[in-house]
Design a protein around this ligand. Sequence first.
Ligand SMILES: [Fe+2]
Ligand SMILES: [Fe+2]
Length: 316
Amino acid sequence: MISTIARLGAKKTKIPFDMFELERSADEARRLPKLRNIYHRGQDLAWDGRTILPELIKKHGGINVSPEQKHALSKIFEIILWGELAAWKISAELADELVPLEAKMAATSQAHDEARHFYVMYDYLKELGYTPTRIDPYSQKVLDITLNTGNLAHKLLGMQLMIETIALTIFQEVRESRIEPVLSDLLLYFEKDEARHVGLGTQYLPSILRKQTKAESASTLFFQLRLVFWTISSLKAMERDLATLGITAPNLIKHGRELQMRAHAELWEGHQSPAVNDFAQRVLEGVEDAIFPGLERVVDFRTRLQIFRDSFRANG
Ligand SMILES: [Fe+2]
Ligand SMILES: [Fe+2]
């Protein structure tokens, strides 16, 4: 009697008892140990934000920047702050939703890193004398689209491949500008962690993407295009603050694209990348050129269309 009651509804469990019986392709078998390694590397390289930030402030004699630079740093790194929270939420969701042990481990390790990034970035902004409030609607859109999708492939593509690579590019550019030495040194710690997070995307996404139907692939491509559109709009909104730090938006996009290309090469390693991706790339490059003709150049819509057409043809 009791055993019958216990067995009732047993099939509705949230424990994936069949997780070790799932078939693995040769490619998956090669990628899964890399995912497991992301977890172990995360454990070995975990740093303590409670000591690192105060040490850096002491080393550089505090944070010394002009009011304009302070304003620009606050605005840009507030977007990063909320982006870290979004990354924390998404990696925690992935840690729950991904079934293979190795992928689950990698996502769990990322959630641990993102929690540290969030509190350390908050502490840094406090040291800068800034209290976070809201961000521009374009950057919020990028985060909301990725947070709100119920599709696992879209979530991984959006966070691990797109948002993480953009954040990495901003970190590298700000660090190299040496505008604020405390932040430059601090970002080095962030960058090492973020590079592992991109690894979760490049190593796990092929398992999902290869099982997609044509309709699903088209919807994934559409999701990517939407995200890129809002990302470019968000960078446009940041353009003046970036310029205050000596960073030009087109240059940032160029470096971000190089990083994304490397991630995509890793993603499709040993496989033919879909041709539709190349077409989408050309469209996006044209859009970028039309949106960023230069900070001081005033252009009308007709000229922007012309720039788009020239760029699209040149990249063909
Ligand atoms: Fe992060
Ligand atoms: Fe990250």
